[in-house]
Write a protein that binds this ligand. Sequence first.
Ligand code: TLP
Length: 344
Amino acid sequence: MRSDTVTKPSGAMRRAMANAEVGDDVFGEDPTVNHLQEKVAELLGKESALYVPSGVMSNQLALKTHTNPGDEVIVEKDSHIFNYETAAPSLLSGIQLNPVPGVRGLMTAEAVEEAIRPDVYYMMPTRLVCLENTHNRGGGSIYPLKLIEEIKQVTVRHNLKYHLDGARLWNASVATGIKVSEYAKYFDSVSVCLSKGLGAPVGSVLAGTKEYINRARRFRKIFGGGMRQVGILAAAGLYALENNIQRLTEDHEKAKTFAKLLLESKLYEVNVDHVETNIVIFGLKPPFPKDPAEKVDKFIADTKSLGVLLSAGTAGKVRAVTHLDVSMENVKKAAEILVKYRVS
Ligand code: TLP
């Protein structure tokens, strides 16, 4: 349960991969990749889309294509782009990130507006605002449409571009019943992942206007992301889109159940109402040691030896993620092990 990235392709997905028609995608000649790109563009209501190896590459291509060196980009302080993309924006695009604090990963429109630089020659121009939906470190939290729209109005007033890291946008959509295109319509670019809850082994897709995606394609080549007979992987993505979206509700139920069961032990701090999708972030209460890093590292090592794999969340917290390779039964068993756990 340490991430929804750990899933292994099912037999049916592997068969779809084995049977994929392929061509050289650097020449734009892979029919399966082209089909996947068209399908994602259509689902998101965008003109065009580009298949890339990872969520990080997709976000970084988005930043590169929207900005010039010396620009600034507004992100949320706990966002994936700010925390887990190894300073790529500075290395690959020569840009600076301006991290704005949010609540469970969600920024207010006021906070975004305050972070915009005034137009003076001794400050860097703000170019872009990025949101993450669902928000990973925020515990799989969902951006309300109203908030997305309010921040959109700020970007329009200040002539900024708007990017969505929608690695788990599918989860937000299934949980709320709001179509992914309804979320996507506010943004100039949207990145979605096939390799998280959807269960494909590889792949993300960046979507936007034709002109934008044509420029992103050039940067994909520069970043080393031009792949050849990659329809073999894209077929897994297509299979995932056709078979694994609706079933995400099961992952959400498993996460809720897990969170509720943890409350049977006084050791854990968890807000069940905050479990909106497939991520559970929980705290460790006394008698766990005070030092956040020490207690989390030991807890994760201990529970691993008991057969429950977890990862570290924000500030001394633990993250558990449900996905298609852990059943409800597995999740209940994991919770039972944690409830029985005693601090040594
Ligand atoms: N997230 C991974 C880790 O990097 C933390 C995980 O286990 O959740 N955006 C978001 C919101 C993500 O959560 C991730 C991966 C990415 C982008 C990057 O995707 P990949 O790993 O495909 O580059």
